[in-house]
Ligand binder design. Structure first.
Ligand code: 4AD
Ligand code: MG
Length: 431
């Protein structure tokens, strides 16, 4: 009898098989027992009539949810099942029977309770398809760059300087000197791009951000790329190709999971079918004012403004050319208007907010030193970064994507905490 996973069951219809898993749920009519069995790869219904095997019926009827076991039976075709078959139960060996009721019920529970039990919550309901989609999104991100000949690299997590402003740094004691958890690998990727040409990485990023929104966590995996000889325009073209590739690949590979989540896949497909929208920051301010928002030139857009832009364009939109004062020290100024930077934020539709921040980087040593000073930063700790402009500086660009935000958009879930196995928020360090 082969031991198989539930995802392989449809290939074994008519055969006797062994499955290893957990009892997800059960119901009984008194005469027929239905066990929902999960193994991580899927859920299958096992069926047993009381007259088929009264002892087994009695034993299986007593099992609490999340009992772990090995089951044997024959697979029978069943067109009503989403996996195309069910198991006619013949035998069951218990591995471990819970001594207390499983705390996660298969009905609504409060988000606070669910988050307190995140280690158990992830076994249930939408959490499983969401985390499988997360895997596919990570794979698609890497596949995109692999296909284009980029070199995968890494940036350190322990750093001596800030990249995205000093207000969101997690500081720690590094053998007597202050160190910070990395906010972004960008500065290191710029150096690596001067060695390898086109590079990317995906790794942890930390922001001591006091935001309690549905888009912010204090730890997330940032997906970044840096390209020598790319200008602002080429940078945006690459971002657009990347986002479209991730969305369409996940739609194709994870159709069953998206269906389980009841995601409107046609809408998602339409959103990335057309070229993405572009709007100048100043024009975005005017548009938002026309739409009734109280914003002025120089303001950061909040969630309502980002949602309004998404609703207006109904597809991802690049907001381009921000005022210098709104952005970090490393961005290149627009030669046609030095009060603006050659940067863009990419806003996802349906209110999912900013998914990418990117820019062309300042490439002259004098400009960089001046911009560091304007940002109130000491030049010395950044001298290694300034050096990149000393020895064969080239135009270059890059970007950073919050992959968790992209996954939130793809899955259509309402909060970023649901797409991260163990999210870190300002009030949450456990489990
Ligand atoms: O816009 P950000 O801050 O840009 C940078 O870090 C650049 N150094 C990236 C680069 O050019 N290489 O962050 C990039 C993206 C944002 O667009 C957002 O999607 C995500 O990272 N992000 C967060 N995601 C979840 N929680 C947070 N607190 C986030 N902060 C940023
Ligand atoms: Mg940003």
């Amino acid at each position: 009898m082969p031991t198989i996973t539930i995802s392989e069951a449809h290939q074994h219809i008519g055969q006797q098989v062994t499955l290893q898993g957990w009892l997800y749920n059960k119901r009984s009519s008194g005469k027929i027992l239905f066990l929902q069995i999960r193994d991580g790869s899927g859920v299958i219904q096992a069926v047993l009539g009381v007259s088929d095997n009264p002892d087994l019926f009695e034993k299986a009827s007593q099992l609490p949810r999340e009992t772990s076991f090995i089951v044997h039976g024959r697979l029978k075709e069943d067109h009503r099942s989403s996996i195309g078959c069910e198991l006619l139960l013949e035998d069951l060996e218990i591995l471990h029977q819970p001594t207390e009721d499983f705390p996660i019920e298969l009905k609504e529970q409060t988000p606070g309770f669910l988050m307190d039990h995140r280690h158990l919550w992830i076994r249930t309901g939408r959490q499983v398809p969401v985390l499988r989609i997360r895997d596919a999104a990570f794979r698609a991100f890497r596949e995109f760059f692999y296909q284009r000949g980029f070199v995968a690299t890494e940036a350190p997590i322990l750093t001596g300087t800030s990249v995205e402003g000093t207000t969101t740094l997690f500081e720690l004691d590094y053998f007597g000197v202050p160190a910070y958890l990395g906010q972004s690998g960008q500065l290191y990727l710029e150096a690596t791009a001067m060695a390898l040409g086109r590079v990317y990485w995906i790794g942890p990023a930390f922001r001591a951000e006091k935001s309690k929104t549905r888009k912010h966590v204090t730890e997330f995996w940032i997906a970044e790329a840096e390209m020598a000889f790319y200008d602002h325009k080429a940078n945006l073209e690459l971002q657009e190709d990347l986002v479209r590739f991730i969305v369409t690949t996940v739609i194709e590979e994870k159709a069953a999971e998206l269906k389980e989540l009841e995601r409107d896949v046609d809408l998602l497909r339409r959103e990335v079918a057309e070229p993405f929208a572009h709007i100048d920051y100043g024009e975005a301010v005017t548009l938002l004012q026309e739409l009734g928002h109280e914003v002025s030139f120089g303001d950061d857009f909040g969630a309502p403004q980002e949602a309004a832009l998404g609703d207006h364009f109904k597809r991802p939109v690049f907001i381009e050319r921000f005022p210098v004062e709104m952005k970090p020290f490393y961005m290149k100024r627009d030669p046609s208007d030095p009060s603006r930077v050659l940067a863009a934020d990419l806003i996802a539709p349906e209110g999912y907010g900013e998914i990418i921040g990117g820019s062309q980087r300042v490439d002259s040593e004098a400009d960089l030193v001046a911009q560091l000073k304007q940002a109130g930063l000491a030049v010395e700790p950044y001298q290694w970064y300034v050096d990149l402009r000393k020895y064969g500086s080239v135009p270059h660009s890059g970007f950073g994507m919050g992959l968790a935000r992209v996954i939130t958009w793809i899955t259509g879930v309402s909060h970023i905490r649901e797409v991260i196995p163990f999210p870190r928020q300002i009030n949450r360090l456990y489990p």
